[in-house]
Design a protein around this ligand. Sequence first.
Ligand code: M6R
Length: 608
Amino acid sequence: MCGIVGYTGTLQAAPILLDGLRRLEYRGYDSAGVAVHDGERIERVKAGGTVAGLAEKTANGAALHGVCGIAHTRWATHGAPTDTNAHPHLSEHGLFAVVHNGIIENYALLRAELQGEGYVFRSETDTEVVAHLLEKYYDGDFKRTVMRTAARLEGSYVLGVLCSEAPGRLFCVKEAGPLLLGLGVGENYFASDVTALVSHTKNVIYMDDGELAELTPEKITVFDRTGREITKTVSHVVWDIEAAEKGGYEHFMLKEIMEQPRAVKSTVDPRIRDGEIVFEDFDPSSEELAGINRLVITACGSAYHAGVVAKYVIEALCRVSVEVQLASELRYSDPIIDGHTLLIVVSQSGETADTIAAMRECMARGARSLAIVNVVGSTIARLADHVIYTHAGPEIAVATTKGYTTQLAALYLFAVWYAKRLGRIDSARYNELVEGIRALPGMVQRAIDLNVHVRYLAERWHGHKSLFFIGRNIDYAAAMEGSLKLKEISYIHSEAYAAGELKHGTIALIDEQRLVVALCCQEQLFEKMVSNIQEVKARGAKVLGVSLEGDRRIFAEADDVLFVPRGERLFAALPELIPLQLFAYYIARENGCAIDKPRNLAKSVTVE
Ligand code: M6R
């Protein structure tokens, strides 16, 4: 869960690498470093803290000279986020510099072995063993040295390597983590994420596990685990650099919230043709579908919450039982999965380690898999039997917004499509549902417009130390995501609770200090929610109601209200999240939090 970038060409490398790090900083932001080959030897600078600190230390890269280098932004796993533990790490005599994303599981053994041979360790990281192994195995052949080193490593490792005896040449290695290569003219790149490359080139190669690549300014060569040269497909990135910049917004999160009408449209529009749902990238045969008797959804964090919403929707429309499992639990649960299971894997990044592991476990037991993923060419997308891309565009803020709502849109499309294939809905209902999905981008815009007052509510409520989000049915699933949004960016304690469950214990926590956000967008349960609101008010809590546009009944119950436009009941969670995202954003802003990069978090959790 770090970001790495490498460059070799004819321009000064350090400013290019720093620019790449700024774009990768969402992957980790506790320390950073850069190493450049100056033609004779490797020069390296590291800094605890953000990339801005590293830029200051190097005069924005101008202090480092050389046309080939590697850089890293870190989210600490082994050792505190200090200058010393920051990457790149150098080998004993400065022959090699290495950057690493992942975890070397056998590092303690390797460290003891190397220390026994006299190697001196300067950091507490697992990565430093790689630097020393490189020097230990070096016999003048850069490629062979990298391969022998990689063969000793266990765990997840994406490496970038610079050798002082090989100016202009870089190696990178991929094992269980994201890595892609960027092809330029007279220059080449590697990076953890396409956002670091897209201002330089749109031609990329997605690396697979077990592969390594050699980069020179003129050429990229990819090898398999045995060192045999292999041919890879060059892909073309379709979006522009503006998509990965703030575009005048104070934070990426606010920009991404505001982008949601367009993002949801990009998920939905290409899949509805002449009133029919059509997946260009998911077209299972009738035999394959007939063999499915069970649906399991797995994911982490917000993507898991999207899965919980989907369970309600799929079960309501398809009358098929759906299990939703946290990937971190599923992977170790000895799951009851066989060839009749369709596993739906939801992930924005497509690189979440637990999700990948759960997916591998289920596929090994015979499950067919459908991935709902944003990042094209990501590990999950490539592992899956079928993929529905969400097409949300790059999501930079650590707290997901458009990533989540586009996952919902894709899951709604799947639910309606599947209900029709199973013959569980008639054509009138199908048409109504398709229209309901088609209306979603407009409803998202309406939800933004309806809630301009949310920033003033945040001024009023930002001092609360603990919140409950309550709801029933789909509103409960939406409450989970609303609560996570608030806690991850504002650091305010909050919990999502099924409204009817409060009285079984948790209501003991309700007092005058508590703000309760009551989601009331499932009309059929409105009266039940009113009872729950009255229960918490009787104990002194303040209530922020979230209600359907035009429903005046809520004014009698809540202290303040957020509005959700009316549409298909089953799809309410999607527009409902918009005011909740805005509420979390403005509360965090009032409290002066680091909204795009909350403490202790990173965008893509590529370690267990
Ligand atoms: O990339 P993924 O969708 O697999 O990520 C899963 C979670 O790590 C992610 O949703 C996380 O919970 C977000 N920070 C929530 O905003």
